[in-house]
Ligand binder design. Structure first.
Ligand SMILES: Cc1cc2nc3c(=O)[nH]c(=O)nc-3n(C[C@H](O)[C@H](O)[C@H](O)COP(=O)(O)OP(=O)(O)OC[C@H]3O[C@@H](n4cnc5c(N)ncnc54)[C@H](O)[C@@H]3O)c2cc1C
Length: 429
């Protein structure tokens, strides 16, 4: 009996010791895991810190170069290469004629050209987005689509500048170009997921962003939507497919609204129909992403409205129109306020050369639009506040700007394409 009791005591003791040992091993193991996890976390934070420091450094160097290397007015560039990209689009690789270094640009920005087109009485001013990434310091690239006559006027001439580029200009031609500019650009040091949307030739600024993301190798998750009618308009097809094949962070979605007989869904394109927010709801993991879009008016209107209805904050939606604004922004109060004050008196606008004094139309986008709607001619170019063609002297009163001018005019003048009256104004038009 005594023997049995000591056996039991011994066994219980062994169990206790074993349990204690197991507990110690488990504790050691969990401590080890915690330390390993902490180390991994520290490494990650260090990597992130390292990346942020290098990104901030690169950004400040870029800003320095931009300030030092930028130029005023027009600089001569030579067309080094003219490359067909499909869909009636040619890319033009431009190198500076003076051989000096180029300032860096931000993906999404554009160049302004002053073209001397034979038989045109005056130089023609047009803007074209930079279509390659900023990681190539030796050249700039633009991609230009020849604009056909409007469907209701088939006998009208095709677009002046785009026809000149596509049909006349060749390698070796010299062009007058303003420095890169524009407020539509992607922040390069962010790593959060992004949605890029291009409609037709509106692909160019978002392609610059996509190329940049792929070249920096940061694996920033990107959903790229391109909307075209069919394979005849499918610009940069091979390039986009290659990027999607080689970069697992790139999710390519090409939409054909009107496929041709030979166009195969799942091979040539992914979705039949328009680029739409209903499609985003199907393929995006969430709505809280950054959006950059550029395309024709109906696409811009429906996508921006749809995103707003889907609850995407307006700060996350960035867009650019090629020409007169196609997306009506919330009516801006001059100089930064949010909503227009409907009780404020409506100013009067006098066009002194034309002898017209009219009540301002608050739904007009700009003094230029208002002038044109009332038969007053003002020369214009980019209609985006950069090229300076529409500069007009202010004889009386004050104006405000809807967007910050690319190059602010002299005191006493205004850029009518982005200006609205702040008080009664008289302008020299
Ligand atoms: C910031 C910005 C970036 C841009 N980026 C790009 C880009 O990357 N790629 C690109 O291709 N474009 C881009 N654009 C658009 C570009 O600047 C031009 O607006 C476009 O090339 C058309 O210019 P155009 O001189 O060829 O046409 P325009 O001569 O201005 O003609 C426009 C239209 O009017 C029609 N027309 C001409 N004469 C008549 C007439 N008598 N009666 C009726 N209709 C007539 C033409 O057939 C054409 O359809 C951009 C624009 C902006 C503002």
């Amino acid at each position: 009996m005594e023997f049995l009791t000591s056996e039991v005591v011994q066994a219980v003791g062994v169990v206790f010791v074993a349990a204690a040992l197991v507990q110690i091993v488990l504790m050691l193991f969990s401590n080890f895991r915690r330390v390993a996890f902490q180390r991994a976390e520290e490494h990650l934070s260090l990597d992130l810190l390292h990346y942020r420091v290098s990104a901030a450094l690169a950004q400040s160097l870029e800003e320095r170069d931009r300030a030092e290397l930028s130029w005023n007015g027009f600089r001569k560039f030579e067309i080094q290469q003219k490359i067909p990209e499909g869909g009636g689009v040619h890319s033009f690789v431009l190198v500076p004629h003076d051989g000096k270094p180029l300032p860096p640009f931000l993906p999404g920005q554009y160049l302004t050209f002053q073209l001397r087109i034979p038989d045109e009485p005056k130089p023609v001013i047009r803007c074209y987005s930079l279509s390659d990434s900023p990681n190539h310091p030796d050249y700039y690239r633009v991609s230009i689509k020849k604009v056909p006559p409007p469907p209701d006027k088939p006998d009208a001439p095709s677009g002046l500048s785009s026809t000149f580029f596509n049909d006349v200009l060749n390698e070796g031609a010299i062009l007058d170009v303003k420095a890169p500019s524009g407020h539509f650009f992607m922040e390069r040091n962010k790593t959060t997921p992004v949605v890029l949307i291009g409609g037709g030739i509106g692909i160019t600024p978002v392609l610059s962003m996509l190329n940049d993301i792929c070249e920096t190798g940061l694996l920033r998750e990107v959903w790229f939507f391109l909307g075209v009618r069919n394979s005849a308009e499918h610009v940069f097809k091979e390039h986009l497919e290659q990027l999607a094949r080689e970069n697992e962070n790139v999710h390519l979605h090409v939409c054909y609204s009107d496929p041709l007989d030979g166009d195969v869904e799942g091979v040539d394109y992914q979705h039949r129909g328009w680029v739409s927010v209903d499609l985003f709801k199907e393929v995006l993991p969430a709505n809280n992403l950054d959006y950059y879009l550029c395309g024709p008016p109906p696409m811009m209107d429906s996508v921006t409205t749809g995103l707003r209805e889907w609850g995407v904050p307006k700060e996350s939606v960035n867009f650019e129109a090629f020409g007169p604004a196609t997306v009506k922004k919330t009516a801006a109060k001059p100089d930064g306020g949010d909503e227009a004050d409907s009780s404020a008196p409506v100013p009067k606008v006098s066009f002194t050369n034309s002898g017209k004094t009219l009540k301002w139309d608050p739904s007009a986008e700009s003094l230029l639009d208002f002038a044109e709607a009332n038969g007053v001619v003002i020369e214009s170019g980019c209609r985006a506040g950069n090229c300076g063609t529409c500069i007009t002297a202010i004889k009386e009163g004050e104006v405000a700007y809807n967007i910050e001018p690319g190059s602010p005019p002299e005191d006493g003048s205004c850029l009518t394409c982005i200006a609205v009256p702040k008080t009664d104004v008289a302008i020299d038009a």
